[in-house]
Design a binder for this molecule. Sequence first.
Ligand SMILES: [Zn+2]
Ligand SMILES: [Zn+2]
Length: 317
Amino acid sequence: MVAAKGGKRTVPVSRLERCKPCKGSGVKEGQKAKKCTACGGTGSMRITQGGFQFAMQCNACGGEGTTIPHSARCRSCEGHGLVEETTTVDVDIPAGVDTGTQVRLTGKGNVPDRGTGPAGDLYLEFQVEPSPLFDRSGADVLTTVTIPLSTALLGGSVRVPTVDGDVELTIEPGTQPFSKRILRGRGVPDITTSMRSSRKGDEIVTLRIEIPRKLSEEQREGLKRVFGVKLESKESKAEREGEGKGKKEEGKSTSPLDEGTDKTADRKDKKSGGSFFRSAFDRIKDIKEGLGKEEGSGKEGQDGKGREGKKEAKDSV
Ligand SMILES: [Zn+2]
Ligand SMILES: [Zn+2]
């Protein structure tokens, strides 16, 4: 909800800060850093390579020109001048942040490892916790509400959660499962265009319809009457199924596949032999299957019988 409406958070961060006892120098109080012997205090080394001279940062002192003897090192920073500190920062969370949104906190980052320059910036990346009620799609908020079957059929209203609290949504009679309703401006501020944008996304509500798993005898009888469902005997059911089967087989005998092949054969001379070869191939396949049946025994024989039965049924149509 903080992501949607904005707010404040105190977050722990660990960053490099200047060491306080030595004020970032890395040297114990009362001691001094020594001139680097490797570079003579210049911080750079000159090397000659292929007739050219290069200036390189001194390895021994890291370009500082000074080294801190072990005995003179600051105890708390081991001579580095920097310490890692865990602290907290207060963050203003802009409304509409999403997972991956970054904010920059100027001057709240690490201090530079050399010199006395200002601290860098701290970048925070948000990770929005999933909500049990809402999903996000950019500035749009997605939610699903379940309505009773009776409301879907007859109309009515349903309470819908929004980031600003519940609202009443009117349901039209004849509402379909998984239909969507858009609540304009009920999303979160669109921060992708500008942090100060006043444009808000929408809330998209998906309507789920709850179908009762059980009906009382009264409800069942009532529904049958209302929807004109006839009481069905077992015989009439079987009769209906038989009709369906008959239709299917009719369809088989005038195969749409063969028709298609014939059409293409008319158009393209090259393919004119296609349907002939196909039927020839089918015949060979039938012969082969027949052979298989004769050769096979036991289980395979049974299998062959099944196939034969099928073929007979086909022939009889
Ligand atoms: Zn040096
Ligand atoms: Zn120190």
